[in-house]
Design a protein around this ligand. Structure first.
Ligand code: HEC
Ligand code: HEC
Ligand code: HEC
Length: 434
């Protein structure tokens, strides 16, 4: 609670006048930029544990590891003080740094791509003239190979980027203004649109029924924001009720919790009523989507994402041993890590194949067209028969999988064979060729 309060004062602190402001800086422009920074919620991600506004260092989680936000204060050495307007624009709208390297999409540049030229200019003026320089180095992001290679993000952009959109920042009709804000600066889709195997948002624009159709965020399910038509959830809210929630975090229908609370604190609660009503008008214009949601999770998988799981359960064993590669939603990251949801081996009537993979590990074939150096480690040294049985039962009944439960004596049988074939029982993980 305490840090929430501290955070809510950040934007105010950051906006305090500073000494090095260029004498010819246009205060009105910087002032407008400060409002645009609120629309974009820049302070939330760019403020780290040291609580210095915009000095970076907050770990933004991704399935590939934590990505640290940059120092974007006006400090010329550690921040972006030496960025020109063009360089700033490229970083924010295209995800390319001054030195030409790629930013990871943990920075929501795919959404920010639609920010208008006028708004970028104002934002730039604010960061150069209205934000204190903080001379501290943000921690370096160190992801495991292949995600450590920033140039790979260029391919990602090519495959999954949102493409160009015609921004209409100054539209006076609320729906068009709302579209500009929601699809762009508000980056609502980064939490409310389902993600694909490469962590890309599956859609960036409202005409695609997957856009804002509900996503997943760590332990949270985020609701669909498509508020048109009728039905339970947002469609039953009025435009005013939605705007009220954005402004205050609550309305007659309820109150927000978790990450959305922070969005409201740093961003939507600081907006004009017109802008919150515009956002609500746009959400009301999106027909509630009947598009298939990601595979409906079974009860067990629901519990898995609900933070509190029993220490000895299959869910817990999965979280501790498997989710790093196959992810909590069982979708993996093909072609590197296969999905376990709807996987034929996992759903086979006879669990022996799956038990074998868990106990002995496996290695993906390396082919000229798709080189691979990835292996599934063996877990025979780590998990008892009973634990493998619980784990396998969990996997076989989650994320839409439907296969019979596994018993400890079935595991014991496979273990006997694995030990015999390997001649010696192994004493640790085997990542190299057997
Ligand atoms: C959801 C979190 C998030 C939000 C919101 C966000 N950023 Fe970022 N931003 C990041 C992360 C993480 C990085 C570093 C990415 C990397 O290292 O590849 C970054 C990097 C940057 C950089 C690159 C600086 C450099 O040279 O490294 C700029 C400029 C930037 N952000 C500006 C902004 C502005 C302006 C806003 C608001 C309009 C904003 N960001 C909102 C997460 C965010
Ligand atoms: C950092 C992630 C994140 C971002 C960005 C985000 N949301 Fe949310 N939102 C959530 C989560 C998590 C919930 C579910 C928690 C809840 O319902 O209280 C939620 C819930 C909501 C709800 C439903 C509240 C309720 O009580 O049912 C609305 C409306 C909403 N968000 C609107 C928006 C809008 C509009 C934007 C963009 C301006 C946005 N959100 C951006 C994470 C986010
Ligand atoms: C270090 C990453 C990693 C971890 C941790 C991991 N796996 Fe795997 N897993 C892989 C890779 C890579 C493959 C593909 C191997 C192959 O097909 O030869 C794989 C394959 C599998 C398969 C076979 C899928 C198929 O289509 O044939 C199953 C089942 C499986 N893993 C289950 C698990 C379970 C259960 C756990 C936890 C005990 C686990 N994995 C932990 C990387 C991992």
């Amino acid at each position: 609670m305490k840090h929430l309060l501290a955070l809510s004062t950040l934007a105010a602190l950051a906006a305090a006048p500073i000494a090095h402001a260029a004498p010819n800086a246009d205060p009105a422009l910087a002032e407008r930029g400060s409002y645009i920074a609120k629309l974009g919620d820049c302070v939330a991600c760019h403020t780290g544990p040291s609580n210095q506004p915009y000095a970076g260092g907050r770990a933004v989680p991704s399935p590939f590891g934590d990505i640290y936000s940059s120092n974007i204060t006006s400090d010329p050495k550690f921040g972006i003080g030496d960025y020109s307007l063009d360089e700033f624009s490229r970083a924010v709208r295209e995800g390319v740094r001054k030195d030409g390297s790629r930013l990871y999409p943990a920075m929501p540049y795919p959404s920010y791509a639609n920010i208008s030229d006028d708004d970028i200019k104002a934002l730039y003026s604010y960061f150069m003239n209205g934000v204190h320089p903080v001379p501290v180095k943000a921690p370096e992001t160190k992801l495991a190979w292949p995600f450590s290679m920033r140039w790979g993000v260029g391919l990602w952009d090519w495959a999954f980027g949102p493409g160009k959109v015609g921004p209409d920042a100054n539209a006076t009709d609320p729906v068009t203004r709302g579209k500009y804000l929601v699809e762009g600066l508000g980056h609502c889709g980064s939490c409310h649109t389902p993600r694909g195997f490469a962590f890309q948002e599956k859609a960036y624009h409202g005409d695609d029924p997957l856009f804002l159709s509900g996503g997943k965020l760590g332990a949270w399910e985020t609701p669909s924001l498509r508020a048109g038509g009728s039905g339970p959830g947002l469609p039953s809210w009025s435009q005013e009720e939605i705007a009220q929630l954005l402004a205050t975090g609550r309305n007659a229908r309820g109150a927000v919790v978790g990450e959305m609370k922070l969005v409201i604190e740093h961003s939507t609660s600081l907006l004009t009523d017109e802008d919150n009503l515009a956002i609500a008008a746009y959400l009301k214009s999106l027909p509630a989507s009947k598009a298939p949601r990601p595979t409906p999770a079974s009860d067990a998988a629901q519990r898995l994402t609900a933070a509190k799981v029993d220490v000895n359960s299959g869910e817990r064993l999965y979280l501790d041993n498997c989710s790093a590669c196959h992810f909590v939603d069982g979708k993996g990251a093909p072609p590197a890590f296969p999905p376990l949801a709807n996987n034929t081996l996992v759903n086979a009537e006879d669990p022996a194949g799956m038990i074998n993979v868990i106990l002995a590990g496996a290695r993906l074939p390396s082919t000229p067209k798709l080189e691979s150096d990835l292996a599934m480690p063996n877990f025979d040294w780590r998990l008892s028969d009973d634990e493998v049985a619980k784990l396998a039962t969990f996997v076989r009944s989650s994320w839409g999988n439907q296969a019979p439960a596994v018993k400890a004596d079935q595991v014991a049988k496979v273990r006997e064979r694995v030990v015999k074939e390997n001649r010696e029982p192994s004493s640790g993980p085997v990542f190299t060729d057997p």
